[in-house]
Design a protein around this ligand. Structure first.
Ligand code: LMR
Length: 395
């Protein structure tokens, strides 16, 4: 049976990390996966997480099963973090479950949609996170794309986007990035969110909002503007969130899938279906990350510390955006890269050719995703000179 298998292509993002690890170049830089690194190139455990872990070790009394939806306290606190004081909470129309990371949330969302309408279509932005299509296809959905990024002008193709969204048939789903669009870093303005929400209401498509970087764009509240507005506008929607980046809990695999129904009775059915989808998939989510997040969000002191630690990460990335643009100019690059400072979150598209990306890898040990997406979060004052000098050479 196994001899029939063919070697699959390397994952465009994770495959790069594997190649990076085996590169012996002492100056190598990994701008591939979206992982926050500090000025020393480390991805430390947050201090608030360390405290929550200590609390857990000292106070945990049992490791018995929590059930398919995970910790109820985590689910409530994540819902509050996402939506604040929102009418869908007051109206008891939202159900949140813990999932293994944001990817787990997306997969569960895909399977849930497939239960509602087998083989339904989900529209994703062009471009989108390299794993979105694979996750939704694996859940049985068909994929279509809507325009999003204007490669030539390094800006948002909003007119192209809404022209296509207006024609999405009722019953299809549309995936939107709440903030820090992955891979382009270009986000919708408040006015643009308003227009997209109105189109969703008019056409009747189901919005699926991926919020994997809450707090990495403009701030925790600002980054949740889109999902909050959408939840005010439509009757039904899905939100997939992640604690990988904002709590730096990457390997703990904790995220959430929140689904809003048109009333309490439908929300209860949604919840029962979600439990079934999880039960036949991985049965139950891991508990550790959820326990840490619920402890942090349940303590004003730890929450305050988390906000500060998150701000440090956000500010460092935004500082690197300005620095990299200044250093490119300093190294004689005449092409305009100022767009990097107008984007949010971890990512930016450099607009380099596949040949230039290959040269950066082979000659300089600089690893960039083939689409020319870089993780700005991996740039630091100690590698920015080498990076920008190398880019200047390949240009
Ligand atoms: C990324 O886009 O680099 C991150 O979300 C990591 C991943 O799983 O791909």
């Amino acid at each position: 049976m196994f001899s029939q298998l063919q070697q699959p292509p390397a994952d465009p993002i994770l495959g790069l990390s594997i190649a990076f690890k085996s590169d012996s170049n002492p100056n190598k830089i990994d701008l591939g996966a979206g992982i926050y690194k500090d000025a020393d190139g480390q991805t430390p455990v947050l201090a608030c997480v360390k405290t929550a872990e200590k609390f857990r070790t000292e106070n945990e009394t049992s490791k018995t099963y929590l059930g398919s939806t995970g910790s109820a306290l985590f689910n409530t606190r994540m819902t509050d973090l996402l939506l604040g004081e929102h009418t869908v909470i007051a109206e008891n129309r939202i159900r949140t479950i813990s999932t293994p990371g944001g990817t787990g949330a997306l997969r569960i969302a895909g399977e849930f949609i497939n239960r509602c309408t087998p083989g339904a279509t989900i529209w994703v932005s062009n471009p989108t996170w390299a794993n979105h299509q694979g996750v939704f296809q694996a859940a049985g959905l068909k994929i279509e794309t809507y325009p999003y990024y204007d490669y030539a002008n390094k800006s948002l193709d909003f007119n192209g986007m809404i022209e296509v969204l207006k024609k999405v048939p009722k019953g299809d789903a549309v995936l939107l990035h709440a903030c820090c669009h992955n891979p382009s870093g270009m986000d919708l303005s408040k006015e643009q969110w308003q227009q997209v929400a109105e189109i969703a209401k008019e056409t009747g498509f189901t919005p699926v909002i991926d919020i994997a970087y809450q707090g990495f764009g403009l701030g925790l509240e600002e980054d949740a503007y889109g999902p909050r507005l959408m939840a005010n506008t439509v009757d039904e929607m899905i939100i997939c969130s992640s604690c990988s980046k904002n709590f730096a809990l990457y390997r703990e695999r904790i995220g959430a899938c929140s689904i809003i129904g048109k009333d309490t009775a439908s929300a209860d059915i949604i919840h029962a279906v979600l439990q079934r989808v999880v039960r036949v998939n991985y049965s139950m989510p891991p508990a550790h990350g959820a326990a840490l997040v619920e402890t942090i969000l349940g303590s004003p002191e730890l929450t305050g510390q988390w906000h500060e630690e998150l701000k440090v990460m956000r500010d460092r990335i935004s500082g690197m955006r300005s620095l990299v643009v200044a250093k490119l100019i300093e190294n004689g690059v005449t092409r305009d890269f100022s767009f990097i400072t107008r984007q949010n979150g971890m990512f930016s598209f450099l607009g380099l050719s596949p040949e230039q990306i290959e040269r950066l890898k082979q000659e300089f040990g600089i690893y960039i995703v083939n689409s020319s997406r870089i993780s700005v979060a991996a740039i630091s004052p100690s590698n920015v000179d080498y990076l920008t000098q190398s880019i200047a050479k390949v240009l």
